[in-house]
Design a protein. Structure first.
Length: 197
């Protein structure tokens, strides 16, 4: 019994600290939360790209940060060659960063809230109204659900068309053609400008 109480103590402190941090973040202005969210996505992307096995050669922190920032902000600028400097795993990370940037941070937050069945806060609702002209939670959910469905459908059809064209035309004969097709479809839909050729 005493062991349980001792082990529960740090957990309670950790949960209490996390709760306070969440409350502080909730009081942060919406613009600050957006910047914080984008910085966190870039930071996670940078750390992932620096992991062993993500690149064919060692890259600097600056190269990883620049590439992650470019992928999340879907600018398409790159100081590395995606096809030769990144391994398959690194290319998957880039694909996920591009997709996250294409969907947008606020859309990801709204989707997470929908999945967790949590009400969207008043400040977040104002941010969504300003960003997309939506004012009711039901309209926001419907909009994001429809947007994600359209995105997945268009990217899926694009990947399928590229796959068929590249395999039947003999254009891509080496490597995982399905991944090349998916990567280029997502990159094109999100207007990211990254390619694997």
């Amino acid at each position: 019994m005493t062991t349980r109480l001792r082990s529960a103590g740090p957990r309670r402190l950790l949960l209490r600290r996390d709760f306070r941090a969440a409350k502080r973040l909730e009081k942060t202005p919406v613009a600050g939360r957006l910047v914080f969210g984008l910085l966190m996505m870039v930071l996670v992307g940078t750390l992932l790209l620096r992991l062993p096995g993500m690149t064919t050669r060692p890259i600097t922190w600056m190269e990883a940060a620049f590439t992650a920032t470019s992928a999340v902000t879907v600018t398409g600028l790159s100081i590395l060659t995606t096809s030769t400097d990144f391994t398959f795993r690194g290319q998957v990370v880039l694909l996920l960063l591009i997709q996250a940037g294409g969907v947008g941070f606020m859309a990801l937050v709204a989707l997470a809230m929908i999945i967790l069945r949590r009400r969207i806060s008043y400040q977040d609702r104002i941010a969504l109204v300003n960003a997309m002209g939506l004012d009711k939670q039901r309209a926001i959910m419907r909009f994001f659900g429809l947007s994600l469905a359209v995105m997945v459908t268009v990217e899926g059809l694009g990947a399928l068309l590229l796959y068929v064209r590249w395999t039947w035309g003999g254009i891509v004969t080496t490597g995982p053609v399905w991944f090349y097709a998916l990567f280029h479809a997502v990159s094109a839909f999100c207007n990211a400008g990254f390619d694997l050729f």
